[in-house]
Design a protein around this ligand. Structure first.
Ligand code: HGA
Length: 616
């Protein structure tokens, strides 16, 4: 989603702004822009990549001591230069604004402002913000006060940065429902949508909270916040945190793409996530927070809320939680849940899963569940200072490290690792987990990183398969039981980065409709672990073969599925029991990656998609 960078310093900030935008490119965008103060507000915008913006800046010799920059992922108004941020408000004084989020009441505000004489030059919802600030500036004469009054009129989600031509020594930023943090440097102060944009200048970060409005000067800053009930604002201090992100973690190193890097980081990412149990003698509820045991004791069911890949992780967990710990579990797409009228049970624990912890629908769904009467929530998330982590009562941080490729890979496997732990904790508390089973689980968890490493070794065979896929327009993914959500995740990966239309089906559903699609042009990928459903799955595969469908089967070493004409088989190491979904997902990630390479698509920044989905 959109990326914001702001900088005000004793030196020219243009290089910092451009480098920051490059670091935020992974979030996905369709246009980019920058404004700096240099005897007035000087703006450049483009619908090309940040590298093109950098060329414009260099040809133009743009420099300045303060500036704001933006990558836009259009929600309101097509991607074009006129709609790219920063937007100006020209009445009275010139105001520049960049925005991440959606202003829901922009139409009414636009109408009022037009009646008051403000002229609109873009189709965006964002443009109302600049005009509102201009309007209030005419009476308050203070930029901070004007921003406060402006944001009070907004409904929806925003992170914004604002500059005023007449007050070039300050930048005002504000957040509500979209991420924004400050960076405190030696030579200046900065703001950005995420920490990776600012590591170039500082590690000292201040994470803004909902309703915060901050004012940045080159040598100081202050934060004021609006009390939700009294609507009065007062100065607050927020903790300064030292970011432990390393530059290597956000750089490509020897890899061609972030997705490739992240696929191959999975053994380490899972080992880091499980660090606290790898040397332990038992699996404790305290892994989920100091209040976890007390809350888990009262938990009678689980409701998982998530989107996209995280939703698939939730679907896998449902099989684990119900079969191993005997706890009823439902899994809902967050954007659906938040707009229906579900029946809440206070003792059902709500589990929100999101890589970024800023997924707008997941955050809203968690809030909604609370309003409906669910007593407690747990966040499973990869970003320590995210809104999800702060919002939930209990938390478990996946320690995957920054995930930059839009197609999620290591976030998924680390989420599954946490969900296995959650299942084990509940199994123990509910007396379903005698100590031999717990010890077996611990041994399995210790082997997991190595098992993932072994699964990655099938890459050369996957490359062969990928050659056959690149000319295809459709693909079917089949799985049964706990591997059905893995088939869904495989189809999602292929769609996301290779733009091949892919659908996943529970294999038993094949003859209820999708079999009609099967012919020699339709490759069918089957997830075929050596579990109790294998024989049933083999019958479903016969049905495909009988209709001329080409089969690509991911089996286990010890399975008795045989290669034959039209049946291609890749074998993982032996059947790995409950860990099997985590291993069977690896070939599917590699397949999507290599098909995308064959097709020459932009693997890390697939068209139309964005990383942290901070708008609904
Ligand atoms: N609504 C604004 C900003 C979009 C956004 O935040 N995307 O992530 C626009 O469409 O310009």
């Amino acid at each position: 989603m959109c990326g914001i960078v702001g900088a005000i310093a004793r030196e020219n900030v243009v290089p910092v702004l451009l480098e920051g935008l490059l670091r935020l490119e992974y979030r996905g965008y369709d246009s980019a822009g920058i404004v700096v103060t240099n005897g007035g507000l000087h703006r450049l915008r483009t619908t090309e990549r940040v590298a093109e913006l950098a060329k414009l800046v260099s040809n133009d010799k743009t420099e300045g001591f303060a500036g704001i920059a933006h990558t836009r992922w259009a929600t309101h108004g097509v991607p074009c230069e006129r709609n790219a941020h920063p937007h100006f408000s020209g009445n009275e004084k010139k105001i520049a604004v960049v925005h991440n989020g959606i202003i829901e009441n922009h139409e009414t505000i636009r109408q009022d402002l037009q009646e008051a004489g403000f002229e609109f030059l873009s189709d965006t919802d964002t443009e109302v913000i600049g005009h509102l600030v201009s309007k209030h500036l005419a009476t308050t004469h203070d930029l901070l006060d004007a921003v406060f009054l402006a944001v009070a009129e907004l409904r929806g989600a925003y992170a914004i940065a604002v500059m005023d031509e007449e007050q070039p020594g300050r930048i005002i930023v504000a957040r509500n429902g979209a991420p924004l943090l400050l960076g405190l440097g030696e030579n200046g102060n900065y703001a950005a949508s995420d920490a990776s944009a600012l590591l170039q200048v500082t590690r000292k970060m201040v994470y803004l909270e909902e309703g915060d409005v901050a004012e940045l000067y080159h040598d100081r800053y202050r934060i004021r916040t609006c009390d939700a009930t009294t609507k009065l604002n007062s100065e607050v201090t927020r903790p300064v945190r030292e970011s432990d992100l390393t530059r290597e973690a956000v750089e490509l190193g020897p890899y061609a793409h972030f997705m490739q890097k992240e696929i191959f980081e999975q053994p380490v990412a899972v080992a880091n996530t499980l660090e606290m149990v790898l040397n332990a003698q038992s699996i404790s509820p305290r892994l989920f927070g100091s209040k976890a045991e007390e809350i888990f004791q009262k938990t009678s069911g689980i409701l998982i809320l998530a989107c996209g890949t995280s939703y698939h992780a939730g679907l896998v967990a449902k099989y684990w939680l119900e079969s191993i710990s005997g706890l009823p579990c439902s899994v809902e797409i967050a954007s659906e849940y938040r707009y229906r009228e579900p029946i809440a049970n206070p003792s059902t624990l709500v589990v929100g899963i999101s890589q970024s912890g800023e997924t707008a629908d997941t955050l809203a769904a968690l809030n909604y569940a609370k309003l409906l009467g669910h007593d407690h929530s747990l966040a499973i998330c990869n970003v320590p200072e995210s809104a999800l982590i702060r919002q939930a009562d209990l938390r478990f941080l996946t320690r995957a490290g920054p995930e930059i490729g839009v197609a999620s890979t290591k976030a998924f496997t680390t989420q599954l690792a946490v969900l296995i732990l959650l299942t084990s904790v509940f199994a123990k508390l509910r007396n379903k987990f005698p100590s031999e089973l717990e010890q077996e689980m611990l041994i399995g968890l210790r082997h997991l990183p190595v098992s993932i490493q072994l699964a990655l070794q099938i890459e050369p065979q996957i490359k062969e398969w990928a050659r056959n896929f690149s000319q295809k327009r459709h693909a079917l993914f089949l799985g049964r039981g706990i591997h059905y959500p893995i088939a869904m995740e495989g189809a999602l990966k292929l769609k996301e980065i290779s733009y091949i239309h892919a659908e996943a089906y529970a294999a038993g559903e094949l003859k209820h409709g999708p079999l009609a699609l099967v012919d020699k042009e339709m490759p069918v990928i089957a997830i075929a672990p050596n579990d109790v459903l294998l024989e049933k799955l083999k019958s479903n595969l016969q049905e495909v073969r009988a209709r001329g469908g080409e089969l690509y089967v991911i089996a286990d070493a010890d399975s008795n599925i045989k290669e034959s004409e039209g049946v291609h088989i890749i074998r993982l190491a032996g059947y790995s029991g409950m860990f099997s979904p985590m291993l069977h997902t690896i070939p599917l990630q590699l397949l999507a990656y290599h098909v995308a390479l064959q097709k020459g698509t932009d693997v890390d920044k697939p068209r139309n998609l964005a990383k942290a989905v901070t708008v609904e």
